[in-house]
Design a protein. Structure first.
Length: 392
């Protein structure tokens, strides 16, 4: 149905999911004059993947040329540094070393350098072991790729700033409210049914249905579940991606780290390996590892100490003098993958009408790393899909 014939909805646009991606999309839409309501199931925004990650601003080294991950990471990185500077969000453009610890790593390191250049990341430099050690005396490697534009950001500060922009732009945020089903009405509006996730007394009474002209699904780990109720209205042949869960554990370092840059081993497929990152206060952590799981569970698992032993052995390949007993259990995060174990890695899936056949709807799946780095660029990309490219 053409937009002109639609009846007046309760709200022009609903965004489902208040992680960095939903917030950035809602902010971008509100900044372009749309009436936006963001619905989040928890009592705060950003409590799922958006605050359980490495907080790294990636340069864009690893992703295939022209993929959405490559394009949105590079664009998003520039936007994020600018946004952070303008809004007082703490960042540290500390740089990173990707290290080759043996001859067998050299070809992979060269491939990463080529991929980075193809992605427009032109400030990288290949270093021999001695040059890498002049930057980071404790690192053990025979060569390294130095990426000076990699950094870290205070993800909580980013979430707060995005909220501020959204509400200042006239958008609203509805918390403790879970979207349980979505229907397409015969008149073309979306009917979004949501349930209060507040106290149990409220829950019995607080189911509500709100109509919207436009819909953005940015539900992260629940992306496929939220899209499920729209199943019958997709274009024939469209298969909504399934979401698979891959958990990552972090250990923190009990002492001050003798590094001022992030240290990454060579990746294994799409997994970046047990790397060392620093938070905004300079606290070092290691991880995340990768374990495929069946259902959401953030528990830190290492009852028999096997995980710690594996971390120590991986870390000592690039930091031989990691002190004994220095690793402490940290936290976990869960990646929303849209490929199963053993399948080739997938790009971000940002599906609009041309893909799924529904007007005025953008659905995002598989927004794993570098989703934090890319968030502002993803927000603009979603707004362009709904409104057409901005001239601003
Ligand atoms: C271990 C790990 C490390 C990472 N490290 C980095 C990194 O260093 N750099 C980087 O760039 N990226 C990193 N990422 C990726 C980045 O964190 C994510 O891409 C990003 O946070 C995704 O944001 P999101 O808004 O899509 O998802 P989320 O933050 O998960 O937000 C989705 C929101 O939707 C809400 N929701 C779900 N269902 C419903 C519903 N039915 N109704 C209402 N609300 C709902 C959820 O409660 C949640 O708040 C990492 C990810 C992981 C897991």
């Amino acid at each position: 149905m053409p937009t002109a014939q639609l009846p007046t909805p309760d709200i022009e646009t609903i965004v489902v999911g208040g992680g960095v991606v939903g917030l950035a999309a809602a902010r971008s839409l509100a900044a372009r004059g749309m009436e936006v309501m963001l619905i989040e199931r928890h009592d705060r925004t950003g409590t799922e993947t958006s605050s359980r990650n490495s907080e790294v601003i990636h340069a864009g080294l690893y992703y295939p040329k022209d993929s959405l991950r490559a394009r949105l990471c590079v664009a998003g990185r520039h936007q994020l540094y600018e946004f952070a500077a303008e809004n007082g969000v703490a960042v540290n453009r500390c740089g990173k070393l990707v290290v080759a610890t043996g001859e067998e790593d050299l070809a992979s390191l060269e491939r990463i350098a080529q991929r980075a250049q193809a992605n427009g990341v032109c400030d990288i430099a290949m270093l021999d072991g001695a040059a890498a050690q002049r930057l980071e005396p404790e690192v053990a490697c025979i060569a390294a790729l130095h990426s000076p534009s990699t950094g870290v950001i205070d993800s909580h500060g980013l979430i707060t700033a995005l909220e501020g922009h959204l509400t200042a732009g006239g958008g609203s945020i509805v918390l403790s409210t879970e979207v349980t089903s979505i229907a397409v009405r015969p008149d073309g509006l979306y009917a979004v049914t949501a349930l209060s996730t507040g106290s149990s007394a409220e829950r019995t009474t607080a189911q509500t249905t709100i109509t919207a002209k436009n819909l953005v699904l940015a539900a992260g780990l629940a992306a496929s579940d939220v899209a499920k109720s729209l199943k019958r209205s997709w274009r024939s042949g469209y298969v909504c991606p399934a979401t698979y869960l891959a958990k990552g554990h972090y250990f923190t370092l009990a002492a001050r780290a003798p590094f001022s840059r992030l240290i990454y081993p060579l990746p294994t497929g799409a997994w970046l390996g047990i790397h060392l990152t620093l938070d905004i206060a300079g606290q070092a952590k290691f991880g995340p590892d990768l374990t495929w799981i069946e259902s959401l569970d953030y528990a830190f698992e290492d009852q028999d100490g096997e995980r710690r032993r594996r971390f120590v052995s991986e870390i000592r390949r690039y930091w031989p003098s990691l002190p004994a007993g220095a690793l402490q259990p940290g936290y976990t995060g869960i990646r929303p993958k849209i490929y199963a174990q053993g399948e080739p890695p997938a790009d971000f899936a940002i599906h609009g009408p041309a893909t799924h056949g529904r007007d005025r709807l953008v659905a995002l799946y598989g927004i794993e790393s570098p989703g934090l780095t890319s968030s502002l660029a993803i927000g603009d990309y979603v707004a362009d899909m709904l409104l057409g490219p901005s001239r601003g």
